[in-house]
Design a protein around this ligand. Structure first.
Ligand code: HEC
Length: 183
């Protein structure tokens, strides 16, 4: 039996869209499909040496808020569930007064989060250039916002703060800040 509240919201939502779908499937992020995608993507990233214990180290650099004091950035195309698109992986390191050398010497100690953007199939989020966002902890668990919503998917579409709201400001309208770094 579904809880009454879910059933009612499903009916209201289903009614307004002309669809009989559960409300959770409509959430722009943190829904079941997003979580499954985030899990497969982490496995792919581990396989490709982009995350996890055998992750390849790149040259870290000093970052700016909100992503952390020291960052690493990797961009490459990946194929997941039959679609190929660019994946941007950002490793976020933090800790009191850490330097680039501290991170190079002991990355695991300072890794606080792995934030990614994956370009999905056209129409996934046409208003926002079809990016899929995830914020993982160092072990690959999807992190949550203060309201307890998992940070995976179109985060946080329609809201005034969050990945999309901020990345929308990137120059050139591609939602990627680092593409404008050397301008
Ligand atoms: C308050 C603004 C802000 C928010 C919120 C934000 N970012 Fe960013 N993000 C930035 C800035 C600025 C950069 C570029 C500077 C840097 O390298 O940190 C960036 C860089 C990135 C990059 C590297 C690609 C790029 O745009 O240069 C990824 C991947 C990324 N963010 C993921 C995320 C994810 C996932 C979230 C949400 C969980 C998020 N960001 C939330 C501001 C933000």
């Amino acid at each position: 039996m579904k809880p009454v509240r879910t059933l009612i919201s499903a009916l209201v939502l289903g009614g307004s869209l002309g669809l009989a779908v559960p409300a959770s499937a409509e959430a722009p992020f943190g829904n079941q499909a997003d979580m499954e995608m985030a899990t497969s993507l982490w496995a792919l990233m581990e396989y490709k040496g982009l995350a996890g214990d055998n992750a390849v180290m790149t040259r870290p650099y000093k970052g700016v808020a909100p992503h952390g004091m020291i960052l690493e950035l990797i961009e490459l195309p990946v194929t997941l569930h039959g679609h190929t698109g660019p994946l941007i992986v950002k490793r976020n390191y933090g800790g009191d007064g850490i330097s680039v050398d501290d991170v190079i010497n002991d990355p695991e100690r300072y890794l606080q989060a792995v934030t990614i953007m994956l370009k999905r199939e056209p129409g996934y989020d046409a208003d926002n250039r079809d990016w899929f966002y995830v914020k993982y902890d160092a072990r690959g668990n999807v992190m949550k916002n203060p309201k307890g919503m998992p940070l995976a998917g179109r985060v946080a579409k329609g809201m005034q703060t969050g990945c999309i709201a901020c990345h929308r400001a990137a120059e050139g309208g591609d939602f990627v800040f680092n593409h404008d770094r050397y301008k």
